[in-house]
Design a protein around this ligand. Sequence first.
Ligand code: DSN
Length: 414
Amino acid sequence: MFEHLKNSDKEVYDIIEREHRRQEDNLEMIASENFASFSVLEAASSFFTNKYAEGYPGKRYYGGCLYCDEIELMAIERCKRIFGAEHANVQPLSGTAANMAVYFAVLEQGDSILSMDLAHGGHLSHGHPLSFSGRFYKIIPAKNNLETGLIDYERMEKLALENKPKLIICGASAYPRIIDFKRYREIADKAGAYLMADIAHIAGLVAAGEHPSPFPFCDFVTTTTHKTLRGPRGGVIMSKKEHAAIIDRQVFPGIQGGPHMHIIAAKAAAFGEALKPEFRSYQRQIVKNSKALAAGLLRNGFTLVTGGTDNHMVLVDLRNRNMTGKTAQNILEDAGITANKNSIPGDPEKPFVTSGIRLGTPAVTTRGMKEAEMTRIAEFINRAVEAGENKKALNAIRDEVKTMTADFPIYKSE
Ligand code: DSN
């Protein structure tokens, strides 16, 4: 692969190849990452890279868009079929852009949004003070129950009735349990708010029926396409038909110019994969693996936020191990395990330090690992935390990780 680049620019090629090796040799446990198939990678680097196609199928501002129309319509139809959505816009360049387009479609500057507190699992684009979302809108952060770590629907309802937000966001970056979209709808109805689900993390699970669907409860559903959905990096907005025109207008020309047609082609390819029966078993295995990982961590003395998991991720509370999330991330990296530090509800540490670590199973499941491997990974993590700064012990784990990952190559045909 990459023969042309290898011959024309060895410097760039070498860095790409080192990243490839890093992915093959390490255990990728970042809950938001995955490995797209060769087919998706090929579509993403295809001849559509060269094409401008501002506008929408049948209404473009450039000539030569015949095949852009075909591929975009295919991506839209497949996306709608996967999720049972009435309308889909596949042009957002990212999840944040998708969220921005929804806010711009229904809110005025200064309007209020009720969303999950960032320290409790919410996302930057749901209202961080430094993100456009926190700067343009008044954010009402909903905190989870500090004892259980679970969404506190009653408290949220009270907040919604007191503050009457114009938009309620359900969805999270670090929440390991089922989200009750129906309950959210009831709260939104009582408060007279629009309801948007950001299913970026769980989109693959929703597609496969491993997590309840936000349809028909939500007015808008946004997602990225590269997490559990295992496509290229990008975003999508789905909505009820009645909101189709305002959404399309806000994506283009509201916040974006030319769509990335090569990524739309890759989205179409990924959606095609998501419609196959194997995708359902893949998603089922992600959840089985996540539960096995959680059980292994509990056996090794770790504390988990909410006590376990229903989805693709586990959120570890490291306070009883006297280690910060930042240190854990570093020592795990030395041991060949890639994860990210994460705030936990009520975290006494700053967001750049944190008391938690977030672990996800989508990527290791893609490479074929199952429950037995998850049990071993929990043991590796425990040994790494016990080893602390002991480089020799971390190197020994790293060697074992490398032996294990070699049995589960990602890009097998190379
Ligand atoms: N930054 C992503 C995550 O890791 O959850 C969400 O966009």
